[in-house]
Ligand binder design. Structure first.
Ligand code: GLA
Length: 721
């Protein structure tokens, strides 16, 4: 067993804590006053002896003098800093100040990295704060979180509780944020941060990331760029209200404070109870976001995502095809279609449950997870059997955290629902959110999955949806502790998900929230993938997938071919979905024979190219935000297989077309370049088709893949000879 040693290394009088990946140093120091300061965050220093040249106290002197105000590693309210703190505590006696002093630390190896713990303590109040960091050496990713515990006589109240705090001293800071809405997810926009605060937060509770996603980028030497420049890319593992605060202070330094949004959430902590913040996961890239994304993709596959290194199931879903309008025979036919198409699984969506209040539209039935008998007389068992007979797996949709007022569940347990007792109720999608802070409700929600799997062990997959934000915030269970609800509700969800993962570790699950309103690395410990958006118009999807790919590997991002934007070809729609975890949600009768043959071939190609697309390195080469085209490349880890996805969106008349220079290939390998995913009966018009080039040529000169046509795609496979 690995033993922990003190994290502090002594250099003369200096007490330094180095948190390092292969590329990045985060250096902290225990000052002479025993407080802990950040002295450095940036490219890894080559010479350890330089660590003692870093100063903890020089950063703030606005008049040229050396100030005693340093960058406190976890700044607290009431201290001499005067800017936004990470922690705010109201102590039992009403005092609202906290000063933290170094007590102890440890450092030990953990899989893939080094775990550093730093224990701090207030010198006047029995409050302990532990700063935790795991630095993943190879992936250049650090995750940080904090624990607060106290031994005061009565409750203390936390009014700020960030996961971590980071500081930068640069000439400019450029923030890229990811705003969102239904069918408009991961929309990227940038702005320069000036003096004062910029806050990105959400107060939606359950469908928490509907309007903004829990990740951001900061360009540290000018605006964020894809292939050059220093950039911080950070994301919070929290499936509820989050808040990122970016504050530029009086001397032009930036502090970044990620955490749970403490909005309406003063958290009352009992003596001995540990408050653990979510993990803040970040990477610093010195070669733009492209490298930063690859860092995060590698980290996610190895350490973040459920079954991150495993394979994924292609599927046929029925939501866009049938909506609520199906029966057992129709589903049995669709399962045969799934097999014919060549996918691994049929996924039954919404509308299969409820008897007293059948789920025939979105007004009733949520909460009553029993098959609608007159619609599906053979139950789930018959569906699993039909799937088996057709030679595909069977997956099923659930939305277990929600309830329609028109349901037996609501009739039985109105007190299980988040709802105001003394005000009019307002509904989002005609439904309400169950109170997951209540352990009885947790048992019930666990039971939704457990009952299905106990009765039908053949069920191979779940799509877990969450369509409503928390409305009418009030928990009958929390009584006079309403300030805990937003936080404890999310923790309740994790309790359920943990139980499911413990009992059914091998069942893959898709996280969905009215599209992509849940997309964070804490949830993804329990989910193999997430649904990026209900918007499957391929043109829109190119942007949406471009956005999410900044933080998530392709295998975590589900994308389906549907009939959204029928003005585009089936080939174009498929070629866009094939950049992610490929699925279909379209009736085969909508496809001509050629289109069907095309899809079958595209699925087979996608499966063959998984080492590149799912498990390789991604290079975003041509941005749809900056050009009238887009190009994304995937290279497998051995650089023997690569695939280039190239799209013409809306080129201008005779605009200049540039060759696309590839990246990540072996310059000395020879690659056979071949257009794949061609419609049957069509010839490739790609001039460089079936020719051989060195990696060097492909990376320096590139391929002429773009055209003047609108909404066209070209998929180029590169095979090392
Ligand atoms: C949400 C999901 C869709 C579908 C419907 C079913 O909107 O995002 O994919 O499952 O719910 O009601």
């Amino acid at each position: 067993m690995a033993t922990a040693i003190s994290a502090v290394a002594q250099y003369g009088e200096r007490n330094i804590i180095r948190i390092a990946t292969d590329n990045t140093d985060l250096v902290l120091e225990v000052g002479p006053n025993k407080r802990v300061y950040q002295t450095y965050l940036g490219p890894r220093l080559s010479h350890e002896s330089d660590l003692q040249n870093l100063s903890w106290s020089q950063h703030a002197g606005s008049d040229g003098s050396v100030s005693t105000r340093g960058w406190e590693a976890y700044s607290t309210s009431g201290n001499e800093d005067f800017f936004e703190p990470a922690l705010g505590v109201t102590h039992a006696d009403g005092n609202m100040t906290t000063y933290l002093y170094y007590v102890d630390s440890s450092q030990e190896p953990v899989p893939g990295g080094t775990y550093t713990r730093i224990i701090l303590k207030d010198n006047r109040y029995p409050v302990n704060v532990t700063l935790n960091y795991v630095a993943y050496a190879k992936e250049n990713v650090i995750k940080a979180w904090t624990e607060v515990v106290h031994q005061e006589k009565t409750l203390i109240s936390l009014f700020q509780y960030a996961s971590a705090m980071l500081y930068f001293s640069k000439a400019e800071y450029w923030l890229t944020e990811f705003s969102s809405d239904w069918a408009k997810e991961a929309h990227m926009s940038s702005q320069q941060l000036q003096f004062g605060k910029k806050v990105i937060d959400t107060k939606l509770g359950s469908r928490a990331a509907m309007h903004t996603h829990p990740f951001f980028e900061i360009g540290l030497d000018g605006s964020v760029k894809e292939h050059s420049g220093e950039v911080l890319m950070g994301t919070l593992g929290w499936t509820g209200n989050f808040r990122f605060t970016f504050e530029v202070d009086n001397v032009g330094n930036l502090r970044v404070i990620p955490g749970i949004n403490p909005y309406a959430s003063q958290y009352e902590l009992k003596a001995g109870e540990v408050f653990t913040t979510p993990e803040f996961i970040f990477t610093l890239s010195y070669d733009g976001t492209s490298q930063g994304s690859r860092n995060l993709h590698d980290w996610a596959r190895r350490y973040g995502l459920k079954d991150g290194e495993g394979s994924r199931l292609t599927l046929l879903n029925n939501w866009e095809n049938t909506a609520f309008d199906f029966n057992q025979d129709i589903l049995a036919e669709l399962m045969k279609e799934a097999k014919h198409l060549g996918v691994d699984m049929f996924l039954l969506d919404d509308g299969w449950f409820g008897n007293k209040y059948p789920r025939k539209d979105d007004h009733a039935g949520l909460g009553d997870w029993e098959v609608t008998h007159d619609k599906l007389p053979g139950g789930v068992a018959a569906l699993v059997k039909s799937a088996e007979d057709s030679g595909v797996k069977f997956g099923i949709w659930i939305e277990p955290e929600m309830v329609n007022p028109q349901s037996e569940l609501y009739e039985r347990h109105p007190d299980w629902v988040i709802e105001q007792p003394n005000r009019d109720t307002y509904y989002y999608r005609n439904q309400l959110v169950l109170d997951l802070s209540n352990p009885k409700v947790q048992d019930y929600v666990f039971g939704v999955v457990d009952n299905i799997l106990t009765e039908n062990p053949g069920v191979a997959y779940f799509k877990w949806d969450c369509n409503s934000p928390i409305t009418n915030i009030y928990s009958p269970y929390a009584k006079d502790k309403q300030g805990q609800l937003y936080v404890d509700h999310v923790r309740g969800i994790y309790n359920v998900l943990k139980r499911i993962k413990d009992k059914y570790p091998d069942v893959p699950m898709m996280l969905c929230s009215g599209g992509g309103a849940r997309c964070d690395y804490e949830a993804l410990k329990y989910f193999t993938e997430f649904w990026c958006s209900d918007n499957t118009d391929p043109v829109e999807r190119i942007y949406i997938q471009w956005g999410f790919s900044q933080f998530f590997p392709a295998k975590a991002m589900a994308a389906h071919v549907t009939s959204w934007n029928k003005n585009t070809s089936v080939k174009f729609r498929t070629d866009v979905a094939a950049m992610c975890k490929l699925g279909f949600d379209i009736g085969l009768q909508e496809l001509s024979d050629d289109e069907l043959a095309y899809c079958q071939q595209a699925i087979a190609n996608w499966k063959r190219l998984q080492p590149a697309i799912m498990d390789g390195d991604q290079y975003r080469l041509v941005s749809p935000y900056e050009t009238n085209h887009a190009a994304v490349e995937y290279v497998d880890k051995s650089k023997t297989m690569a695939v280039l996805f190239a799209y013409d969106l809306a080129p201008r008349f005779q605009e200049k077309l540039h060759a696309v220079k590839l990246q990540g290939l072996d310059p000395d390998k020879r690659y056979l370049v071949k257009e794949i995913n061609l419609m049957p009966g069509t010839e490739s018009k790609f001039a460089q088709n079936e020719k051989i080039y060195t990696g060097d040529y492909l990376m320096k000169i590139g391929l002429d893949v773009f055209t003047y046509l609108h909404n066209m795609s070209k998929i180029i496979e590169l095979k090392a000879l």
